[in-house]
Design a protein around this ligand. Sequence first.
Ligand code: ZN
Length: 505
Amino acid sequence: MDNQDTYSVFVRKSAVSDVKELSNFLAESLDMSFDFIYNRLTTTKSSEVTIKKQVPKSNIEKLIKGNYSGVYFSRDNSRTYPYNEFLTSVLGFTSTDGKGQSGLELYYDKYLSGVDGEILYETDIVGVEIGNSPSYIPAVNGLNLQLTIDFDVQMLCEKAMSDAMEIHQAKRAQMIVIDPSTGAIRGLCNKPSYNLNEIPRDNLDLLNSLSRNSLVSDVYEPGSTFKILTTAANIEEYLKGNKKAYSPNHIFSSSRYRYISGQKVKCWNNHQNGKHSNLDIQGGLNNSCNPIFVDMAMALGKDILYEYINAFNYGSVTGLDFSGESQGMILPKSSVLDVDLARIAFGQTIAVTGVQLAAATSAAINGGVYFTPRLVEKIYDKNGIVAKTFEPVKKRRVISEKASSIINQMLEGVVSDGSGKQAYIEGYRVAGKTGTAQKYQDGHIAAGKYVSSFVGYFPANAPKYLALVIIDEPVGQYYGSTVAAPFAKTVFEGIILTKGLKPLG
Ligand SMILES: [Zn+2]
C-alpha cells in the first residue's frame, strides 16, 4: 500500500475578486460543475470553503498555472493499494480525511492517523515488500505497523478463497492461517470483499457488509472440527488418571444412536456400511462418528467439559488486536442440559468465531499452550526506529505436552487415513479435521444450507502453519472433506513452494 499524493482544494473568500470568473476556472481545472462551485462560494458561510478533496497532482498543476488569488491546496493522505483486493477486511478503510473506520485502520488509528488538524505531512511510502514476509501499513504521520501477515501466504489465501467462491458458488469463503507456535496470523481472508482503491462509499450497507471481518466478528456452528476439543478434554483427563475418561484403545458401541434423557441423538452416518463399527477414538475422528464424542462428553460431565471449553477460550474473545471481536455463543453452564452437552460434544448448539477455533486448535496441537492471536508485530517510526514490539502472548497451558502429542498424532491419522485425505501432501505430515454443519434459520434447520469447514496444519511434528477454511453455503457438494479441505491443501502446497520447504524424509 502506498500513500499516493492527492490534494484538497480550498478557497479563502475574502481574497477572491471575481467569484464567477474563479468558479469558471475551478470548474474547468477540476472537472466539476460551475453551478456547484458557484453555489458553494456564494452560499457557504465560513470564510474558507473546501471545493474538492483527493485531487490528483495533474489538476493541481493547472491551478498553479492559473495563479488566482484565494485558491489554496494542501496535500492529503489518500492511500493507494497496489494489490487492489488484498487483505481488505484486515486493513479496513479510512474516511476521505484519513481517519480509520474499520479494521486495523480503526484499531490502530491513534498510531496511524497522527496529530489532528495537521494538513501537511511528510510522505512516507513503505509499501508491501514482495517476497519477504512482513507487510507494512504506511504511516500518515510517521508511525508504521509491521504486520504478522505473510505476504505470500496472504496472496495464496486470496486466490484460494476467490476460487472457492467461484467453484462452489458459495455465499462466503473464509480462511485464516496462523502460526500455532506463536499465535501470529499469517493470512486472513474473507470473501466477498472489495478493491480498496474503489471503496463503495456511496453504499454504506454494502460497504459495512463487505468490510466485516467475519472470521473475527461473526459466529458459526463449527460442527465436527469442535470434536478436537472433546478429544483434548478426554485425553488430558485420561492421562491425569480420571477413571471416567476413555482410553485411546477403548472400542465404543457401534450403534448409530445414543439416548440422552429420553432423546435420541444420532450420527450423521447411517451406520449401515460398517465404517462406523468397532471404532476407537482414532476411528471416531477418522470417520467423524458423533456417538463416540457424545460418550466422551457424557462420561466427563458438564463441569469438566466446561473447564476445557473455558480454558480453550471458547465463549470469550481471544484478545486479538482488532475491533469488534465476537465472543461466540456457549450455553451458560448452569442451563446446559445433558442433551445439550451431548450435542456440544460434536460441535452443535454452540457458535464460535473462526479466529477462536483457529487459536483453540493451535493450543491443542502445539504442545498444549494457548497463544493470544495477533496481527501486529511492531510499531516503528519513519526512520525505522521501533516504538513497540509485540511478543507472543502465552495465555495459559490448556493440556499437557503428552496429551497434545497424542491429539497431534490422531489428527495426522485423519488426513492420512480418514476424512481429511483431500489435504494430504506426501512427505509433509499434514494433520487436521473436517466439519460439516447444517445452518439454522429462525430456530429451524435451513434445508440445503451448510457450512463446510476444515482445520488443518503442517508439519505435524512441529506445526508452523495452521489453516481454517470455512465455505458458507456451497452449492452442490457440501462436505467439509470435499469442499473445504482441498483449499487448505492448495495453500499448504503454495507455502511449501514459495518458502522452499523440504519434505521431511
Ligand atoms: Zn457414526
